[in-house]
Every structure is written in C-alpha cells, then in structure tokens.
Design a protein around this ligand. Structure first.
Ligand SMILES: CC(C)(COP(=O)(O)OP(=O)(O)OC[C@H]1O[C@@H](n2cnc3c(N)ncnc32)[C@H](O)[C@@H]1OP(=O)(O)O)[C@@H](O)C(=O)NCCC(=O)NCCS
Length: 183
C-alpha cells in the first residue's frame, strides 16, 4: 500500500498531455533514422509537462524505468507523444508515455513506435520533495495502468534494496580488514 497525499485527488485526464513534432534531417543518427536520444528527450519533455500539471509545480525526473523502441522513427514522421500519470505515491508519480508516428503528409493510421515509464518527484522551491495529489483513474485502462505501475514500483524498490544489501555484504570484508590492520 502506498502513502496517499492529503491534497484533493485529481482525475487522470486533468494532466494528460500530448506533444507533437515533425522529425527532420537534423534529428537523424548515422543510419538515417531518428536518433533514439531525440525520442527520449521528447518523452521526458511531455512526461515533465504532465507531472508538472498534475503536481501543480516543479517535478523532476528521478528514474527512467523503461524505454521500449518498437519501430524506427523516420524523417518526415509526425510523432505524437501522449503522457498520463499512472500512479502516485506521497511525493513521486509514475508517468507513462505512448509514442505514435504517422507520415506528415499522408492520411494513414499511426504506428505505435515507443513506450516509456518515468518516475518524477515533485519538489518545492528548496528542491525538497513535496506531496502530490492522488491520481484518480477514470477508465478501465487507467486502472490497469495504475495496477501495472504498482508492480513496477515494487520491483524498483526491491531491486534498490537488494543492491544495497549486496554492497553492504561486499563492504563487510573490507571493513574487517581495515579494522584488523588498525590493530
Ligand atoms: C528528486 C530528489 C529531490 C529526491 O530526493 P530524495 O532525497 O531521494 O527524496 P526521498 O528519499 O524523500 O524520495 C522522494 C520520493 O522519490 C522516490 N524515489 C527516490 N529515488 C527513487 C528511485 N531511484 N526510483 C524510484 N523512486 C525513487 C521515493 O520513493 C519517494 O517517493 P514517495 O514520496 O512517493 O514515496 C533528488 O533525488 C534529486 O534532486 N534528484 C535530481 C533530479 C533531477 O535533477 N532530475 C533531472 C535530471 S537532469
């Protein structure tokens, strides 16, 4: 169970944000398709706008949990990145971003090209974490995304705790050697 803020909750749609851009030759990599870093910045930009809108102020990216590239993006693609808050904790939020592309001058169905999940923390003017409103899912899809975000959160925390334990175990013999050498 995650802690719930005392602020009034906000529906998912209140902060949902979409950013669109036509990809040009200046965005390409050495293979002639659009550089993955360009898409990552695009994803971070739309997710930050969404997190800022939901939390009502500054929200910083703390974790890019997953960035899945499904299909290359090409020059001349009109790319749309849509972000929504999937889950909220006390001061953190998971934002999910779905990226689709369509040819800029053709009326054809869009292709799903990427998906990403990012964690943002809302901060005050001193850069300290501040509480965020609870996100209130409105549809079955929102509820599914919230449940899946909870699973990712549990995995993140478990992984962080396991790495900390592993480092402590590794550091133990070094501490013992240091103590022995000091006599
Ligand atoms: C964001 C920041 C202020 C958080 O500080 P902190 O001391 O880790 O704060 P806390 O330990 O109180 O954690 C705050 C929240 O972040 C979450 N969090 C912290 N590290 C996390 C991680 N690696 N993964 C997921 N969540 C994390 C905590 O779970 C907590 O969430 P909750 O309040 O909803 O339970 C600090 O990490 C920071 O300034 N980071 C730099 C962010 C930045 O500049 N981003 C732009 C990149 S260029």
């Amino acid at each position: 169970m995650h802690p719930v803020s005392e602020l009034p909750g906000k529906p998912t749609s209140a902060a949902a944000t979409t950013l669109s851009q036509i990809m040009t030759a200046s965005e390409t990599n050495l293979y002639g398709t659009v550089h993955g870093g360009v898409i990552m910045k695009f994803v971070d930009d739309v997710a930050a706008a969404c997190a800022g809108r939901h939390s009502g102020g500054t929200a910083l990216t703390v974790f890019m949990d997953e960035m899945l590239f499904l299909v290359p993006v090409r020059v001349g693609d009109l790319v749309h990145a849509s972000a929504q808050v999937n889950w909220t904790g006390r001061t953190s939020m998971e934002v999910g971003v779905r990226v689709v592309a369509e040819r800029w001058n053709e009326s054809v169905p869009s292709t799903h090209v990427a998906t990403a999940y990012l964690v943002f923390v809302a901060v005050d003017s001193d850069g300290k974490p501040r509480p965020v409103p609870e996100v209130l899912p409105e549809s079955a899809i929102d509820r599914r995304r919230q449940a899946e975000a909870e699973i990712r959160r549990e995995h993140r925390l478990a992984r962080r705790a396991a790495i900390r334990r592993s480092r402590e175990v590794e550091a133990e013999p070094e501490r013992a050697t240091d103590a022995a050498s000091r006599g």
